[in-house]
Design a protein around this ligand. Sequence first.
Ligand code: ADP
Length: 170
Amino acid sequence: MSDKTDAEPKIAIYPGSFDPITYGHIDILERAAALFDKVVIALAVNPRKVPPLFSLEERREMILEAISAMPNVEVADVEGLMVDFARQHGAIALIRGLRAISDFEYEFQMSLTNRKLAPRVITVFLMPHDNYTYLNSSIVREVASFGGDVSQFVPPGVARRLKEKFSPSG
Ligand code: ADP
């Protein structure tokens, strides 16, 4: 009994570029938020895929809108090693989304490397609803850049910002 009350909250981090956040990210977040006491989105300050379309502030704003109804999810900027961020936040797990086989090789390599660096942080792979297995931020940016309707891929606030980015009047 006392073990239970004294238990530390189980915290997970969910890293990514979120350029911009999509319904695929949100699907993974909802699953993670059901499994852990708290989920901290680790927003990459300098995404691997540079340059980002949206600034850090814009990406953070869109995330905050998307998580407004998720009380145990928050967002923080991350620069540097993910395992250091995980330690700073007292996280026991690192969440990654797995869509297709094509994600697997890179994710496998990264998760084993992170395990060497921080053996106590467990990488957890979650699969989205099959509606979202094809979806990523870059395909959304591409569709939006050609004026396509992205409303089935991203929340309304994100769709609006994409439209503004790509409309000639700015
Ligand atoms: P990164 O630069 O780390 O790939 P992303 O923002 O593209 O950043 O993705 C962050 C995480 O979200 C990754 O684990 C990625 O696999 C996952 N993810 C992105 N889109 C989807 C989706 N449609 N379904 C499931 N997971 C997704």
